[in-house]
Design a protein around this ligand. Sequence first.
Ligand SMILES: Cc1cc2nc3c(=O)[nH]c(=O)nc-3n(C[C@H](O)[C@H](O)[C@H](O)COP(=O)(O)OP(=O)(O)OC[C@H]3O[C@@H](n4cnc5c(N)ncnc54)[C@H](O)[C@@H]3O)c2cc1C
Length: 427
Amino acid sequence: MHFEPTRAAALSRLLEFVPRAGKAYANSRNYDDGHEGEAARRNVSQLSPWLHAGLINEAEVLDTVLAHHSPRAAEKFISEVFWRIYFKGYLEQRPTIWQAFGEDRVAAYAKMDGNAGLSTGYTEAIEGRTGIAAFDHWARELTETGYLHNHARMWFASIWIFTLKLDWTLGADFFLRHLMDADAASNTLSWRWVAGLHTKGKTYLARQGNIARYTANQPDGPLEAEGLASEAPALDEEADHRRQELHLPNAVENEQFKDPYALLLHDEGASHVPLDLPAPPALVISAARPEARSPGQIGERAREFARGAVQSGAEAAASAFDCKVRTWSPGDNLADILDEEDVDRVVLPFLPVGWTKDALMPELASMIEAGTAIQLIGELDRATWPFAKAGFFGVKKKIDSVLAETGITGTGIAGAERQLAAMETSD
Ligand SMILES: Cc1cc2nc3c(=O)[nH]c(=O)nc-3n(C[C@H](O)[C@H](O)[C@H](O)COP(=O)(O)OP(=O)(O)OC[C@H]3O[C@@H](n4cnc5c(N)ncnc54)[C@H](O)[C@@H]3O)c2cc1C
């Protein structure tokens, strides 16, 4: 599967997958059939890198799926997309989890420096040399392709924590460095879920038989996983990550767009299309920060996807609005760019808790405070996040009402097809 970091590729992937998003997805999604060959990964959408980059959004995906399937037939797929929204809303209300992850990760790397045993165990794990065939296969697959199947991510994290007894923050960081879809919320909270830190005390144990069953269709037969831990005692932590009030930007008024403004596109909001801007920007600013996700080295696939997404999104916006693109690189001063271009307002897709926000917010915070930088948040996030207070069930039971409230009823397919056709003719 080729991942091209453009909106056209996201739409084309969505339209190609959508016929299989109903019962077929529910029945086959748990199988990790490998990434090689004609039929590779047809059981899942592989839309996550484009969703993370904001080249397409969840509302568009759900609307398109509902144009093809009844809500009941697509229930499983819809629910998985809501897991992503749930995790984002949950981290937004518990930002100290992300902060603590960053601090604990630094401490875990430092601890390895002075401990040859730990360092060897870690290196063998990330290089795929543990001797556990399935685990080694996924470690190599991740670094080579930038993607892992969901079930493989669960088994991998479980083996990392409970069999290899490595620090979970280092495993989560390994994922962040290499996944094209790396996401502060989905990744950190999924690792915590496996470890028993998300749903307190409930862990995920990888089992040899389960791995063999769900990898039976791999090109070389089922993956072997001998010597796995037989129990998964929950990890513990001292920190109490209390829920904080959700502060979302207000809905915008057309009035706010009357003065010239710069549209700032970033790693989690790389396309102007889902933003539905009421007036054209005078300037596009591209601000990719893939290196900010980890103190370690970022895998080439992950870095190139993130950079390519922001670049393609910025070029598309500049062409749609007939304006210029300026690149805001790390170390550059945003205020200087705005001065040079004679623009004093910025509009940007919402920056959720994570590394993109960590990297960009220091310069944007005072502008947001002063009302000269405006963040745009999607209606689906705004409607769902308040329910992401504790477990997923709080969101799950609201899915139907949220979809109705946000008008996601299945009218999008024609829109997606039209947009793709328009893009192809303008190429
Ligand atoms: C340890 C671990 C780490 C993970 N790290 C990330 C990450 O960094 N970024 C990320 O996007 N997902 C992460 N996931 C969730 C999930 O594995 C991926 O979203 C999914 O595999 C992406 O493939 P897909 O697009 O083919 O998914 P599909 O099965 O086609 O699902 C459609 C969409 O729903 C969302 N989704 C599906 N499953 C989940 C899930 N379990 N949790 C949250 N959202 C989901 C994704 O946006 C996905 O694109 C992680 C899961 C685990 C267990």
